[in-house]
Design a protein around this ligand. Structure first.
Ligand code: PEP
Length: 245
């Protein structure tokens, strides 16, 4: 039995006072029947760690460098995230693939760097609307995941996968539970063939998850929780989603 996981992705939002209020509300609404974490902008990791320390709410980053250290201006290494107590690092979010030209190979290297420091990579895969319309959904997500499986090799079962159809992110357009389940089943079969441990691996759904659609998505057999963008910024909404899990 897989325990559900709900991860908030704050993207480039927040301020110190707003974050403190949001986290206080999140802490006050415990316990949740699921694992809960927030992935915050790098600069807020210290404050977040201080506020969530000694709680069962985890925290993480939204990216990580593929490099261990060196002359990589603006990058943040997995060792630095480890120092900040990060449990998770999102890698391969579609916004980074699109705006920073991140390739499947780079995403895989980032996942490997995170795991090397004991940080669980939340590996995002997902197709664009054009790819879905062209009937390429399965091929796209399998290609994206296979690069990571190949690089992580015997550690591949340690990642969390997030299926995030690009057309559903921040658009208010959610994949139906059946559409999402169909892709999750494909991903789990791929993970099973590669690792033999897919039964214990968590595959999250992300893309306009809200308080009113979370329960139906999370009820699907291969949907093990959510990666939540916009709705993770409002305490009441995020708490409702965590409870739905
Ligand atoms: C995301 O950014 O990972 C995401 C799923 O965003 P939203 O929930 O806003 O669609």
């Amino acid at each position: 039995m897989r325990r559900k996981l709900v991860v908030g992705n704050w993207k480039m939002h927040g301020s110190r006072p707003a974050n403190a209020e949001l986290l206080a509300e999140l802490l006050g609404a415990r316990p949740y029947g699921a694992d809960v974490a927030v992935c915050v902008p790098f600069v807020y990791l210290g404050d977040t760690a201080a506020q969530l320390a000694r709680s069962d709410v985890g925290w993480g980053a939204q990216d990580v460098s593929a490099h261990a250290s060196g002359a990589y201006t603006g990058e943040v290494s997995a060792a630095m995230l480890q120092e900040c107590g990060c449990r998770y690092a999102i890698v391969g979010h579609s916004e980074r693939r699109a705006y920073h030209a991140e390739s499947d190979e780079l995403v895989a290297a980032k996942a490997q760097a995170a795991l090397g420091r004991g940080i669980t990579p939340v590996v995002c895969v997902g197709e664009t609307l054009a790819q879905r319309d062209a009937g390429e959904t399965e091929a796209v997500v399998k290609r994206q995941l296979s690069a990571v499986i190949h690089t992580l090799a015997h550690c591949a079962a340690e990642m969390v996968v997030a299926y995030e159809p690009v057309w559903a992110i921040g658009t208010g357009r959610t994949a139906s539970p059946e559409q999402a389940q169909a892709v999750h089943a494909v991903l789990r079969a791929q993970l099973q063939a590669a690792t033999g441990h897919a039964g214990r691996m968590r595959i999250l759904y992300g893309g306009s998850v809200k308080a009113d659609n979370a329960a139906a998505l999370f009820a699907m057999p291969d949907i093990d929780g959510g990666l939540i963008g916009g709705a993770s910024l409002k305490a009441a909404d995020f708490i409702a989603i965590c409870r739905a899990a």
